[in-house]
Design a binder for this molecule. Structure first.
Ligand SMILES: [Zn+2]
Length: 194
């Protein structure tokens, strides 16, 4: 997906995350912090490609990551996604220069990247280092111009602000108790208790 597509999709994703009250910090957060945070990180996964917008500017981290993981490798994988989700549980120190709402939006921006790439024919290797590519079928086809991609991204941007406030996108999705307990154990073992 183009950088333009990622920016529009990240903007839609952060608006949706705030509307859905995904975390208390996002629900009560400042719109400008949230929008800036999401836009700031939405191209970060493509650091694994030296010719990407970010890769061209940050050649030092880009080249070794590209050599080590390849494009659309670790940075687009389930491992990176889980790591991103775990960051939601991180408590920033009070003197942190990044406000918590912006930090949560930065995680959303990063995660929106892989979600957007899943709409493209190349898909993403969620199970990296296994090379299987996962994609949402029939959304974007290989095309010379980016009109369809732009249209899909703009459609999500139009949809996001319409979402009722504080309503989860999937209303009836309930996380089983065993999964919740497992999650709490994983969280407790990874993060020191406050
Ligand atoms: Zn990408």
């Amino acid at each position: 997906m183009t950088a333009e597509g990622h920016f529009i999709f990240a903007l839609a994703s952060t608006i949706l995350a705030k509307k859905m009250a995904l975390t208390p910090a996002l629900a009560e957060g400042d719109w400008w912090h949230i929008i800036a945070g999401g836009l700031l990180t939405c191209l970060l996964p493509d650091i694994d490609h030296p010719k990407s917008v970010l890769g061209q500017r940050l050649t030092w981290p880009s080249s070794p990551i590209a050599r080590l993981c390849g494009h659309r490798g670790f940075t687009h994988s389930l491992l990176a996604i889980v790591a991103g989700i775990l960051l939601f549980t991180l408590r920033l120190p009070p003197q942190s220069i990044i406000p918590l709402d912006a930090f949560h939006a930065m995680i959303i921006g990063y995660l929106s990247h892989s979600a957007a790439d899943m709409l493209t024919p190349a898909g993403v290797p969620l199970l990296w280092p296994c090379r299987w590519r996962f994609r949402v079928p029939m959304i974007l086809r290989p095309a010379k111009d980016n009109q369809l991609e732009r249209l899909v991204c703009i459609a999500t941007l139009i949809f996001a602000p319409q979402h009722p406030e504080g309503t989860p996108l999937v209303r009836h999705l309930a996380v089983p108790e065993t999964v919740q307990t497992l999650w709490q154990r994983v969280r407790a073992s990874l993060l020191p208790s406050p």
